[in-house]
Design a protein around this ligand. Sequence first.
Ligand code: GLN
Length: 191
Amino acid sequence: MEVGVLALQGDFAEHIAVLKRLGVTGREIRLPEQLENINGLIIPGGESTTLSRLMTIYNLREPVAEMAAQGRAVWGTCAGMIMLSREITENDPVPLGVMDIGVQRNAFGRQVDSFEHTLDVSALGPDPYHAIFIRAPLIIRVGEGVDVLCALDPDRPVAVQQGNLMATSFHPELTNDYRFHSYFLELAGRN
Ligand code: GLN
């Protein structure tokens, strides 16, 4: 199995390192044709305004949206989640609009940009999940076909799944707990 990691900006190397630990090749994706033979795509965290501009320049917006629409697995973490959303609360960046969620960027304020939180994620089993949030976005609207995987409280979901698509506000690639990556590999394996 080969999983692509969008490597235009942000912490793609950390995702590739986790994939390697799980015995999977992570391929750096910078060109549309590189999307062809991968089982799934991870859009990493970083800065969504920059990511959005680079995706336009590298002609990746349409092919990634198409990949998502075809039912292939795509996972966005943090800035990557912003890119997958249907709408955000600002005009910039312009998201890809493939997941039926609304997102607010930098939703946890400037002073408390980063924090860690223990979450219950039943899809990953009974052990609590320790999540790292860095200038994180929040999901403020969840569409009908979207499942909430975990939330800070009932009004604040932070990980969601819509069939083949997954989005997390936090950064599983910065922890030693690889359960989110394993879960995504299951989605990618179904293609
Ligand atoms: N705050 C960033 C943004 O809006 C996301 C931060 C992150 O990916 N860790 O794009």
